[in-house]
Ligand binder design. Structure first.
Ligand code: LMR
Ligand code: MN
Length: 430
């Protein structure tokens, strides 16, 4: 900003002595003067635009107004697109990066791509800018676009750690190419470059290795992740956490502090079961689990509450929803769901970890055949009809149905009992 400040000061000085100087016969000098004048008017105008954009941005933040933020974004955009060539490198970068950050914040990923392109064009020797574009694509869930740009980066900067971890991430989640995903993420992590020591990459590397059957290697990754503070522990690998919450793989009703509510719900387990079974008997009600966690078999769910709200499915399951509605810790749990979950015989759910330590996951057994198992960390248990099986799904867990007949449970996520009302209110939903 210093540079522009100087120009503004000069322009002011100029204004007070703008007559043609005595030596005015020298044309080149006059021309120079006029040129300077134009340049300075320009820079003054730009200085003003920049100021207006920044003030609008600051007001948007203070007022928490998205409308105002859109105004600020328009101002930044106009400045960058129409007058970008008149901004010096450091101001251009600063404005463009802020603009992108604000666009990401408000979910305008497509608009952000344009600004990324400006940066990439102007600073074509800096891998950081295409890397940031890839991040925007990932935030917008455009994995194929991210893959393309990351591939380009690696063609030119083969050892760029940031690109390596992100490319591996895409290979895993878009292509399910666990072999190469593991190679790239590992190489990226080992580079130790900024942006590579991130729980998401350790998480995905370990997961890719587990899918390849390389469990010992996965363990090492998890141990290191826990050691450098990216995971709560080797087994507890959720990434959206509140610190210092009590954690243990399996819980008792008493430990949750919701024993009375849980017992109350339990009284109606047969009603809940019958409602679930009726929905199951109607084709197409349940949907396949969508997170690529299933290894073999068939696993479907019917969601009743999500992000602390009822879903429209409640119209089809009025009894169960009514029962849950009276249970605040579940009905308001913004970081969890309430859902029927059905497993068919010969189903195996890969070892996996939930996203947050802010909930405790309570399963009400509704129809439980023999030979169905849940492993959480180092311990394996089974469900029982009409009984609660309570665990913390931020710990690694794995499920098997090796028996006959379907297994039906009601999954009820409840707030972790140690969270304060303020924490619960201010938490982002999951
Ligand atoms: C899980 O949370 O992944 C499983 O417990 C789901 C299920 O239906 O058992
Ligand atoms: Mn799970």
């Amino acid at each position: 900003a210093d540079e522009n400040q100087e120009e503004t000061d000069e322009a002011e000085a100029e204004g007070s002595s703008s007559q043609i100087p005595k030596e005015g016969g020298e044309k080149s000098y006059l021309d120079q003067l006029l040129e300077d004048q134009v340049r300075m008017d320009n820079s003054e105008e730009i200085e003003e635009m920049l100021l207006e954009a920044k003030i609008t941005d600051a007001r948007a933040e203070k007022e928490q107004s998205n409308k105002r933020l859109m105004e600020a974004i328009e101002l930044y955009k106009d400045l960058l697109i129409t007058h970008g060539d008149k901004l010096n490198a450091s101001i251009f970068k600063e404005v463009a990066e802020r603009c992108i950050e604000r666009m990401r914040f408000i979910g305008k990923f497509k608009a952000a791509v344009k600004i990324h392109r400006l940066l990439i064009e102007r600073f074509s020797d800096e891998p950081n800018y295409p890397n940031q574009l890839a991040v925007t694509y990932l935030l917008g869930n455009h994995l194929s676009e991210a893959k393309l740009i990351l591939h380009e980066i690696l063609m030119r900067w083969r050892f760029n750690g940031f690109a390596l971890v992100h490319y591996g991430f895409v290979l895993k989640n878009l292509d399910k190419d666990y072999e190469n995903a593991a190679l790239y993420i590992k190489e990226g992590i080992d580079s130790n470059e900024p942006g590579t020591q991130d729980g998401r990459f350790y998480f995905n590397l370990g997961d890719a290795l587990q899918r390849l059957g390389k469990n010992d290697e996965a363990r090492e990754v998890y141990k290191k992740g826990a050691k450098i503070g990216l995971f709560l522990s080797e087994h507890q690998r959720s990434l959206y956490n509140v610190d210092h919450l009590k954690s243990t793989p399996f819980w008792t009703k008493v430990q949750t502090t919701y024993k009375d509510d849980l017992m109350e719900i339990q009284k109606y387990w047969q009603l809940i079961r019958d409602e679930g079974l009726k929905l199951l008997s109607e084709d197409g009600r349940f949907s396949n689990e969508a997170e690529n966690l299933k290894d073999t078999g068939d696993w479907k769910q019917f969601e009743l509450f999500a992000r602390g709200r009822k879903t429209k499915h409640c119209m089809l399951a009025p009894i169960t929803c009514q029962i849950i509605e009276n249970f605040d810790a579940a009905a308001t749990c913004k970081r969890g769901q309430v859902k029927f979950s059905v497993l068919h015989p010969k189903t195996h759910i890969h070892s996996h970890t939930g996203p947050t330590n802010c909930r405790v996951r309570c399963h009400l057994g509704l129809k439980v055949p023999e030979k169905t198992f849940l492993r959480v960390a180092d311990e394996t248990r089974s469900w029982k009809d009409g009984e609660w099986l309570i665990f913390d799904d931020s710990f690694e867990h794995e499920v098997w149905h090796n028996g006959t007949g379907l297994r039906l449970v009601l999954i009820v996520d409840v707030w972790h009992p140690q969270l304060t009302d303020l924490e619960k209110q201010s938490m982002s939903p999951i």
